[in-house]
Design a protein around this ligand. Structure first.
Ligand SMILES: NC(=O)c1ccc[n+]([C@@H]2O[C@H](COP(=O)([O-])OP(=O)(O)OC[C@H]3O[C@@H](n4cnc5c(N)ncnc54)[C@H](OP(=O)(O)O)[C@@H]3O)[C@@H](O)[C@H]2O)c1
Length: 413
C-alpha cells in the first residue's frame, strides 16, 4: 500500500468538480489558494468529462474576475467505475476533495483508491450509513497507510460537530449536554437546494434500517451518562429556548457528533457531551417518508415543496440566504463534581454563516483540506476514518472557519 508523500504534483484534487456543488468548491479553492503550504496551493480538477471540467474552470475564472485559471490548474479525467483512473488520480494528489454523490453509490471506490494510493480523502457526505460503514470497513486499512479519510466536511456536519467542541471549550466547567437549533434565513428570492443533494438525502432516509444493523457490528459499549438526560423530542415540538416550533434534524449531524464524542472519550478520556440536533420548522417534515421514494427522485421539486430543484439555487438566492445554528448547553460549574447533583451552569453559543449548501459547504470542505495540509501534527496520531470533530479537535479549524465567514460566538453564559 502506498503512503502519503509530499512529492506529488498537487496538494488538492477536486473530484466531481463539474457537479453543482463541485463548481463552488472550485471557486473556493481558487480563492483560498494563498493559504496552502508555503503560501501557495497546487491543485487540479477531476471528473469524467474533460469538456465539462474546462467549462467549470472558465466559469470560475469569470466569477473570480481572473483572466484565466487554465494555465495554473490541471485537469484529470477519472470515473468512479474505472478503478485504474481513480488510482492514477489519487497518486497525483495529497488530498482528494470528493464531491461525487450520492456517496452510497459512488463513494466507496474513491475511499478505497485514496487509501491504496496514499491520498487523504475529504468529503461532504451527509449519509450516516455510508460514513459509519466506511469507518467500520476501512479504518484500520487507512491507519496502516497513514491516510486520513474525513467524511461529512460540509454544512453536514462541520457546524454541528465543531460547534459542540467550541461550546465545550468555552464552557467554564464540565459541559454534559447540548441541544442545538438550526435556522435558515432566506431573502426575497427564496432558497432551495440542488437535486443531487436531494437524492443523497432521500436514499439515506429510505435506508435508515440498515444503520441499526451496522451499528451492532461496531460492538460499542454505551458511553457514560453524566448530568440530566437530554430532552427526548417528538417529531414536532414547541421549543421554549427559541420560542418556535421545531423538528428533529434528519441528516448526518447526530451520527457524526456521536462518533466524535466517542472518539474523544475512548482516545482522550474526555467526558462525552450528549446532544440533540433540531431544525426550525422551515423546510422538510416527517411527512416525506409517507410518499414513495421513487416519486421523490423523479419529481424532487414537487415532493420537497420546492426546497430541492433540478437546477439548484441561483446565485441571487444564495446571496440572500444564511443560517444560524444555536447551541444551548448545560453542565457543572468549575470545581463541581459532575457525578454529584444536577447541572447548575448554562451556556448559549452560535454559529452564523452564509448559505449552507453551496457557500458554507465549500468553505468548510476547503478549510478542512487546508487544515490537513498545514497542521498534520495536530491530527490524530495515525491515519484512519474520522469524523470532523475527531480529526480536527486539536487543530485551528474553528479559527480558519471564523476568518471565512462561519462565525462561532458565545451568546451568553
Ligand atoms: N454536506 C453538505 O452539506 C452538502 C452540501 C451540498 C452537497 N452535498 C453532497 O454533495 C454531493 C453532490 O451533490 P450535487 O448536488 O453537487 O450533485 P451533482 O450536481 O449531481 O454532482 C454529482 C457529481 O458527481 C459526478 N459523477 C457522477 N457519476 C460519476 C462517475 N461515475 N464518475 C465520476 N464522477 C461522477 C458528476 O459528474 P458529471 O458532471 O460528469 O455528471 C458530478 O460532478 C451529494 O452527495 C450531496 O448530498 C453535501
Amino acid at each position: 500500500m502506498a503512503t502519503v508523500t509530499s512529492t506529488r504534483p498537487y496538494h488538492i484534487i477536486i473530484f466531481g468538480a463539474s457537479g453543482f456543488t463541485g463548481q463552488f468548491v472550485v471557486e473556493e479553492v481558487a480563492r483560498s489558494a494563498f493559504e496552502g503550504p508555503s503560501g501557495s496551493l497546487k491543485w487540479a480538477l477531476a471528473g469524467r468529462s474533460r469538456q465539462r471540467l474546462e467549462g467549470v474552470l472558465n466559469q470560475a475564472a469569470e466569477t473570480l474576475r481572473k483572466p484565466e485559471l487554465r494555465t495554473e490548474v490541471e485537469i484529470i479525467v477519472a470515473d468512479v467505475s474505472q478503478a485504474d483512473s481513480l488510482a492514477i488520480m489519487c497518486q497525483q494528489g495529497l488530498v482528494v476533495l470528493n464531491c461525487v454523490g450520492p456517496y452510497r453509490f459512488y463513494g466507496e471506490p474513491v475511499v478505497k483508491a485514496c487509501i491504496e494510493n496514499g491520498a487523504h480523502c475529504v468529503d461532504i457526505c451527509g449519509e450516516p450509513q455510508f460514513l459509519e460503514r466506511m469507518q467500520l470497513e476501512y479504518h484500520s486499512r487507512a491507519m496502516d497507510s497513514g491516510v486520513y479519510v474525513i467524511g461529512s466536511c460540509g454544512f453536514d456536519s462541520i457546524p454541528a460537530d465543531m460547534g459542540i467542541l467550541y461550546t465545550k471549550n468555552q464552557f467554564k466547567g464540565t459541559l454534559t449536554a447540548v441541544e442545538s437549533f438550526l435556522t435558515i434565513h432566506t431573502g426575497p428570492e427564496g432558497g432551495c437546494a440542488h437535486d443531487g443533494t436531494w437524492q443523497s438525502a432521500i436514499y439515506g432516509f429510505a435506508d435508515s434500517g440498515s444503520l441499526r444493523k451496522l451499528r451492532k457490528k461496531f460492538g460499542h459499549q454505551p458511553l457514560p451518562v453524566v448530568g440530566a438526560t437530554v430532552k427526548k423530542r417528538g417529531s414536532l415540538f414547541f421549543s421554549k429556548e427559541i420560542d418556535q416550533y421545531a423538528i428533529p434534524f434528519m441528516g448526518s449531524d447526530p451520527s457524526v457528533v456521536r462518533r466524535s464524542q466517542r472518539f474523544l472519550y475512548e482516545g482522550h478520556q474526555e467526558l462525552p457531551v450528549r446532544s440533540n440536533t433540531t431544525t426550525h420548522l422551515y423546510c422538510l417534515t416527517g411527512c416525506l417518508r409517507s410518499v414513495t421514494q421513487r416519486c421523490h427522485i423523479v419529481f424532487p421539486e414537487f415532493f420537497s415543496f420546492g426546497v430541492f430543484t433540478k437546477a439548484g439555487p441561483s446565485r441571487k438566492q444564495m446571496e440572500g440566504t444564511s443560517f444560524s445554528l444555536t447551541f444551548f448547553g448545560e453542565g457543572y460549574a468549575e470545581g463541581l463534581d459532575p457525578s454529584q447533583g444536577r447541572p447548575n451552569a448554562r451556556i448559549c453559543t452560535q454559529i452564523h454563516g452564509a448559505e449552507p449548501g453551496y457557500v458554507a459547504t465549500p468553505v468548510a470542505m476547503v478549510q478542512a483540506a487546508i487544515t490537513v495540509l498545514n497542521e498534520p501534527q495536530f491530527l490524530p496520531i495515525k491515519g484512519g476514518v474520522y469524523s470532523p470533530g475527531a480529526a480536527f479537535a486539536r487543530t485551528t479549524l474553528i479559527d480558519r472557519l471564523n476568518r471565512h465567514g462561519l462565525v462561532f460566538s458565545v451568546k451568553r453564559f
